[in-house]
Design a protein around this ligand. Structure first.
Ligand SMILES: [Ca+2]
Length: 175
């Protein structure tokens, strides 16, 4: 009897394992992290960028120096339509953001605004939280993959720090 119970239990565990193995993988987001050198710029200094691609594209940027007023945080997103960026958003810390996303054709382009319900832009000089953006995929026309270029700019000191490099995108991040 004891032996039977053990074998039933063993079978159940085995069956559970099989079910788990056969179950479709949950909708896994892809995520990529890329580092930027510390000390390669003054007043602004990006150290790490994390991009997560789920129902929204979320980008979190760590700074090696405290955030300050007079800085502009700019993000270009390549949604796969050619080598140039497709979207641009930029904002300042602790402001009432005009939560504006722009459709662009190049890094210098500042064309048309895209209405995007649900976009979130965060930069708080009073906390140690990363600068972050969250953009619903539907605002980006549901891309299969994205890659991001980030620029922090100190407008009074006129210094900038790019990640990964000037006008250069990080790795692709698939959905
Ligand atoms: Ca840096």
């Amino acid at each position: 009897m004891l032996a039977t119970r053990w074998s039933i239990r063993g079978l159940s565990v085995w069956t559970l394992g099989l079910i788990l193995a056969m179950a479709p993988a949950p909708a896994m987001a892809d995520a990529k992290v890329f580092d930027d050198p510390v000390g390669d710029s003054t007043f602004v200094d990006i150290s790490r960028v994390r991009v997560v691609h789920r129902d929204s594209v979320t980008v979190r940027v760590r700074s090696a120096v405290p955030l300050a007023t007079g800085q502009l945080y700019a993000f270009w997103i390549d949604a796969g339509h050619g080598p140039q960026p497709d979207y641009y958003v930029a904002f300042r810390a602790n402001t009432d953001f005009d939560e504006v996303l722009r459709l662009v054709r190049s890094f210098s382009d500042r064309r048309s605004l895209v209405q995007c319900r649900g976009i979130r832009l965060r930069a708080d000089i009073f906390t140690d939280e990363p600068v972050s953006i969250r953009i619903p995929r539907r605002c980006l026309e549901n891309p299969g993959r994205v890659r991001v270029a980030v620029q922090f700019k100190d407008e009074s000191a006129d210094t900038v720090d790019w990640a990964v490099d000037r006008r250069t995108f990080g790795p692709w991040v698939k959905r």
